[in-house]
Design a protein around this ligand. Structure first.
Ligand SMILES: [Zn+2]
Length: 270
């Protein structure tokens, strides 16, 4: 028979060992110089009203403002993916501490609630649109999209129908990324050259196909710092869901990004 007392004791010891090990790893990483590169943050919606069915994807306005203030206090400057790609070619300089803010899916509140928060702080962002959702209930309209672009927001593709590209054959995946790009360009959105993989799922074949379809960069859901050596079609990105532990959780997610980079966990180096 199982001795419960012994079991609890061993579980306690195992937990203690894990905590000590994690503490040692974090301590080691922090004692080393910060690695090269910068984070890309992945958001979905920022709005005051919590959506019942998608609360996990919403960062409430107040919490988002705290995050932006924290980034500014830490000396970060927002850039676009275009800035990064131009800097990689030597065509422009990057600020000392860049960060890219990205927003997937293209919710209408990106225009009504998010945009004013960014503009008040002179910050840039990139929004990845699902082609066939544009103008639908809850999603950005064509007019809002074009206006945001005029106001300095970068627009990218999140495919035509928001289905994981790994769940279909390559020919269908090619149609998904081609169609969303053409649809937006036909509707007078400037050239689309970046993509966010639905569900963050990709394969080496998809990566090569994007290049053939004249995309210049794509973002994953794998955290890590980005440098000029990062594969531009597999840029590292840190997910920022609805916070449970406030700003502390945000800081932890940034720290985790640094630690993953330092330990080389799932880093997409070219
Ligand atoms: Zn999405």
């Amino acid at each position: 028979m199982l001795d419960m007392k012994k079991l609890v004791k061993y579980a306690g010891i195992a937990f203690g060992v894990i905590v000590l090990f994690c503490g040692a790893v974090i301590g080691y990483c922090l004692s080393q110089p910060e690695p090269e590169g910068f984070p890309i943050l992945e958001y979905h919606m920022v709005q005051a009203e919590e959506p019942k069915e998608a609360a996990a994807y919403n960062v409430p306005v107040e919490e988002f403002q705290q995050q932006l203030d924290y980034l500014q206090a830490e000396g970060y400057t927002t850039i676009s993916i275009r800035d990064f790609l131009r800097a990689k070619k030597g065509l422009q300089e990057l600020p000392a501490k860049p960060v890219i803010l990205t927003f997937d899916d293209g919710y209408r509140t990106n225009y009504t609630e998010l945009l004013p928060l960014l503009e008040a702080r002179n910050m840039k962002a990139t929004i990845f649109m699902v082609g066939n959702d544009i103008g639908q209930d809850k999603y950005l309209t064509w007019e809002q999209l074009r206006d945001m672009q005029k106001r300095g927001i970068e627009i990218g593709s999140h495919t035509a129908n928001h289905l994981p590209l790994t769940d279909m054959d390559l020919a269908t995946a090619r149609e998904e990324v081609k169609l969303s790009k053409l649809l937006m360009e036909w509707n007078k959105v400037d050239t689309i050259y970046t993509l966010s993989y639905p569900n963050g799922k990709f394969t080496p074949e998809l990566r090569d196909m994007l290049k053939e379809e004249e995309y210049l960069a794509a973002v994953t859901g794998d955290p890590g710092y980005n440098t000029f050596d990062t594969d531009p079609y597999l840029l590292q990105r840190t997910n920022i869901p609805h916070p449970t532990f406030g700003l502390l959780e945000f800081k932890w997610r940034l720290l985790k990004t640094r630690i993953w980079t330092q330990l080389g966990i799932n880093q997409h180096i070219q």
